[in-house]
Design a protein around this ligand. Sequence first.
Ligand code: 5GP
Ligand code: ZN
Length: 132
Amino acid sequence: MDCIFCKIIHGDIPNYTVYEDDYALAFLDIHPLVKGHTVVIPKVHAKILLDLSNEIVCDFFVDVKHVMELVENVFHPDGFTVGWNHGEAGGQVVPHLHVHILPRWDNDGGGNIHSIINNPGELSVEDIAKLF
Ligand code: 5GP
Ligand code: ZN
């Protein structure tokens, strides 16, 4: 498979591993947005979260929590921004699910999730609710 993160899992591309078990590999992002920027990927190839079984999602997100604890213990940040880009429209570049763990510090100059987009469209929240 021509997937850069699968190649990292298989050891074909080197990485700085933070944590690894049967379900996930966590490694330092090659272009860190902040000190300690770490990505966590499932060991099985899946482009998006919806491609994973519930069982794998459970094991994977337990590992995401564990990696947050490891980063917390090393850097003692004031907080975290954690998330993933889902699909090209969501900003995903590497087509293998990866959760970004960004340690955050008070006054580090970064934004929060509200700074990603502000384009709510014409429908009211009440109308949107009816769609469900
Ligand atoms: P995306 O935009 O798909 O959510 O993020 C992909 C991330 O993977 C980027 O932050 C990029 O720096 C990182 N990345 C891409 N290729 C490599 C690589 O070969 N090694 C590592 N460690 N990170 C990579
Ligand atoms: Zn892959």
